[in-house]
Design a protein around this ligand. Structure first.
Ligand code: NAP
Length: 256
């Protein structure tokens, strides 16, 4: 028997868990039994439904994760967290090395800047605050709900803030409106949103993937500046860019 831990919180992690389970059923006689456990941080109130076993909540740092890997006798670990979830990825890298188990990072490619894009690239969400052009007064903040606080200083702007769940109401927010919604978002809907709210600049992480790319296309069409936050560094190790690559790695790791 092999026990696989997937660090989740992304659509790719959901697909990976279901494919890993299907794969095992398909090759039932040729593969060792595979137990699939997905770990979620517990940030969203209604996470996407997942097949296999699910555990929710932080481990308690790298030390807590090491203890979990040992107690649960985990054999393999796939870090399929969001490209901006840097802390958990560091913990996974450290813990897997210390416990001595194979680790893979599944991280989708970044969005590439096209010549027609009007991107202002910044290294952090905090840096995005000061990079917003002075002339842009109506801003679309599509960075989730956890890092809105630095934008509270933008008292001369109006911000449309989109996230899946509402932000912590104890933090100060800039003047504007909260929009609770979950992707995927269509190009037609994103165009309409930018027009309806007369948006003049967008702040986005370079998350990659198709589900939230439409806003980048819509901004390109309208010639809007996009303040785009570059990704944190990925810990060294084996990396694949899609779920198919992760399944190949898994097959090799469990000895097909
Ligand atoms: P983070 O800053 O890298 O991690 C902060 C802490 O949250 C970690 O130290 C860990 O707590 C816990 N944690 C994070 N992911 C976990 C997981 N999959 N399972 C168990 N514990 C986890 O992470 P974040 O940026 O807050 O993101 C949290 C989750 O939301 C991630 O799973 C990520 O895939 C998902 N997500 C993040 C973003 C984003 O923009 N950051 C966007 C979409 C989805 P302990 O130290 O106590 O173990």
């Amino acid at each position: 028997m092999k026990r696989l831990l997937i660090l989740g919180g992304t659509g790719d992690a959901v697909k990976l868990a279901s494919l890993a389970i299907l794969l095992q059923r398909g090759f039932a006689n040729d593969l060792p039994e595979l137990v699939v456990i997905t770990s979620l941080a517990g940030r969203t109130s209604a996470p996407k439904s997942l097949v296999g076993n699910v555990r929710i909540g932080g481990f308690g740092g790298e030390a807590g994760l090491i203890a979990y890997l040992q107690t649960e006798r985990i054999d393999l670990i796939i870090d399929a967290t969001h490209p901006f979830a840097a802390q958990i990825s560091q913990h996974v890298a450290g813990a897997a090395t210390k416990v001595g188990i194979p680790r893979l990072v599944l991280i989708r490619p970044e969005w590439a800047r096209l010549p027609e894009d009007n991107w202002i690239e910044v290294k952090s969400v905090a840096a995005a605050v000061t990079a917003i052009p002075a002339s842009a007064k109506r801003i679309f903040l599509t960075i989730g709900r956890q890092q809105l606080a630095p934008f509270a200083s933008l008292t001369d702007k109006w911000c449309l803030m989109r996230s899946i769940d509402p932000p912590d109401l104890s933090i100060s927010l800039p003047p504007g409106k909260l929009l609770l919604d979950r992707g995927p978002f269509s190009l037609a809907a994103e165009r309409e949103l930018l027009r309806e709210y007369r948006i003049q600049a967008i702040v986005s992480k370079n998350s990659g993937g198709d589900d939230t790319y439409a806003k980048i296309i819509a901004a390109r069409e309208l010639g809007l500046p996009v303040i785009i936050v570059q990704r944190p560094i990925v810990p060294e190790g084996e990396i694949v860019r899609d779920v198919a690559g992760a399944i190949e790695w898994l097959l090799d790791a469990i000895g097909r």
